[in-house]
Design a protein around this ligand. Structure first.
Ligand SMILES: N[C@@H](CCC[C@H](N)C(=O)O)C(=O)O
Length: 276
């Protein structure tokens, strides 16, 4: 099977995007792992599929696969790239696009040529919605990782996130704590782990160890989760600039019951074809 794809990136979080509306494509986890491999394949953090919608009011279905081949329900940077892709490929001329995902619908909006805003939906806090094996909802949970006791905030942005507050993201133990918490038994579907340094009420630094992809240069849903954590803990205002290793996002949240809005860029890098 010869597949046409576009290589894209949002703040260095990189994607292989495939038009599965005009190409018949069905990939196995093994094929996805091969495509995502940076040495033997194309290389990406996530592979995104553009499919026909399942709901009457939606324009497309948005499917997301991590580099480890697992399918997941949310990817914020990917959502902006998805919007750029369907516009560049002339699959849609709309300024606002509704996409079906396994976690509900997302609204993607062009703010001009440079920036795209995604309505990322309403964050979910109940442990069973994350899912997190804790008896009661809390603003901070704690867990022992080896000899260390870690405090973290947990939320679902359509995918599970844990957020750890640190003094300095450059010296945070992401390489050891990230994989340990990602696969800890209290997270039955594993978890994305964010390390957040609060700079002021309007600005944070963030690094994310992603489930199924290890550390990426940026994680859009992770940025939303970190800002939600900071607002809930009364440390951040409603509009926050998030500095990630690959660039900046703006996140806006008015509090419980409201959706989170994420704004940032999305870039096409090149077009390719690959034989599978
Ligand atoms: N990079 C993404 C998140 C991709 C999915 C995540 N690794 C998961 O397993 O939930 C983003 O920008 O949100």
């Amino acid at each position: 099977m010869l597949i046409e794809f576009t290589k894209m990136q949002g703040l260095g979080n990189d994607f292989i995007v495939i038009d599965a509306v005009n190409q018949a494509v069905e990939l196995t986890p093994e094929q996805i792992r091969f495509l995502a491999d940076r040495h033997f394949g194309v290389g990406c953090d996530q592979l995104l599929m553009v499919e026909k919608p399942v709901s009457n009011n939606a324009d497309f279905k948005y499917r997301i696969f991590n580099a480890d081949g697992g399918e997941v329900a949310q990817c914020g940077n990917g959502a902006r790239c998805f919007a750029r892709f369907v516009r560049d490929k002339k699959l849609s001329h709309k300024d606002q696009i509704i996409v079906d995902t396994d976690a509900g619908q997302l609204l993607l909006r062009f703010d001009g040529e440079e920036s795209i805003t995604v309505n990322m939906g309403v964050p979910r806090h109940a442990p069973e919605q994350i899912p997190l094996l804790m008896d009661a909802e809390a603003l901070e949970y704690s867990v022992a990782l080896g000899a260390e006791k870690i405090e973290f905030y947990a939320v679902s942005m359509g995918n599970p996130h844990a957020v750890i507050r640190v003094q300095d993201i450059d010296t945070a133990s992401l390489e050891t704590l990230g994989p340990q918490l990602e696969s800890h038994k209290i997270f039955p579907q594993r978890v994305n782990v964010g390390f957040m340094q609060i700079l002021s009420r309007k600005q944070i630094n963030l690094r994310v160890y992603e489930r199924g992809a290890a550390e990426t240069l940026a994680c859009g849903s992770g940025a939303c989760a970190a800002v939600v954590a900071g607002i809930e803990q009364n440390l951040l205002d409603n509009i926050v600039r998030v500095n990630l290793p690959g660039g900046e996002l703006t996140i806006e949240w008015l509090g419980r019951g409201h959706p989170v809005f994420m704004s940032g860029p999305a870039v096409s890098v090149y077009e390719g074809q690959i034989q599978l």
